[in-house]
Design a protein around this ligand. Structure first.
Ligand SMILES: Nc1ncnc2c1ncn2[C@@H]1O[C@H](COP(=O)(O)OP(=O)(O)OP(=O)(O)O)[C@@H](O)[C@H]1O
Ligand SMILES: [Mg+2]
Length: 273
């Protein structure tokens, strides 16, 4: 990432980071698809300046949660507030950047045309639009590919362009749904350098990942399984409280506690019947 990043937030935002005000407040959130409870009574508070990692296996509810946070899906019950507004809210959208798990890029358009599309959504026009597109493409090292059709891009290049599209309007809160999936180790490191720099500029980041080695780069983690939050804390405390020395073992420890609870509940129900 180049040093000449856009002035997304400046000092005011940095001060807010230090204050650590709540940006996202999730209360008793439930999402059901028919009989399936994809998100099961989640409560979380994410503060300004955090890089909050959502860690969980396939089907644990990460995407479902993120889609509700960005207002693309309605909760069955419970609430999400972002920057003090109840979601969905048109007031909040300009402050949110979202990189979906499945690319939202138009393959038959060029990189710059894709970015223009996202600019239009966010009402960026004229000189400001051109400036932002150039800055963001430079930032993800794609400036020399601006006029190439995206169908010719490698997977990693598409991921970088998706990130640039999510950032083009200078959001205060960035939601990244598995941004490093299928990305080689070198580019993964570059991505985390991007995130660290954005974070230092005051952008709050929520990032889902399967890569447990990325966990230590987050300020706090929410471990998800079967739609529930098994535990949430700073990485060191999750390790300490589990008595394990790596996040994979720690995750298995918290998962086994969830299994024990489910077993106890089942036994209780059987006794009642
Ligand atoms: N639109 C939908 N209709 C029905 N079920 C859904 C829908 N979206 C998600 N689900 C179900 O909800 C559960 C959680 O899915 P979700 O995509 O949120 O998981 P995830 O943690 O993001 O998984 P992955 O790591 O594979 O991306 C899964 O059982 C999934 O099949
Ligand atoms: Mg997902």
């Amino acid at each position: 990432m180049t040093e000449t990043g856009p002035e997304i937030h400046g000092e005011r935002q940095a001060q807010r980071s230090a204050n650590g005000e709540p940006v996202v407040v999730v209360k008793q959130l439930v999402k059901e698809f028919g009989k399936l409870r994809a998100v099961d009574n989640l409560n979380m508070v994410i503060n300004t300046g955090e890089t909050y990692g959502l860690i969980g296996p396939n089907g644990s509810g990460k995407t479902t949660l993120i889609r509700m946070m960005v207002g693309l899906s309605r909760p069955t019950s419970g609430t999400i507030h972002i920057l003090g507004e109840k979601i969905p809210s048109h007031k909040v959208s300009p402050n949110l950047g979202y990189m979906p798990q499945l690319s939202a890029l138009y393959l038959d358009l060029t990189a710059a045309q894709n970015m223009r599309f996202f600019c239009k959504i966010y009402g960026l026009r004229g000189k400001e639009q051109g400036k932002r597109i150039r800055e963001m493409l430079e930032r993800v090292d794609l400036a020399d590919r601006a006029n190439d059709v995206v169908s010719k891009f490698s997977g990693g290049m598409k991921q970088r362009l998706s990130l640039a599209c999510a950032l083009v309007h200078g959001p205060r809160l960035l939601m990244l749904d598995e941004p490093t999936v299928g990305v080689d180790p070198e580019l993964r490191r570059t991505f985390w350098q991007y995130f660290a720099q954005l974070n230092s500029e005051g952008v709050t980041i929520i990032v889902s990942t399967h890569h447990l080695d990325e966990a230590s780069r987050c300020t706090r983690l929410g471990l998800m399984r079967l739609g529930e939050l098994l535990a949430q804390d700073v990485p060191q405390d999750l390790l300490r409280n589990s008595g394990k020395d790596n996040m994979e073992e720690a995750f298995l420890y918290y998962a086994s506690r969830q299994d024990e609870e489910v077993e106890e509940e089942t036994l209780e129900k059987e006794e009642i019947q």
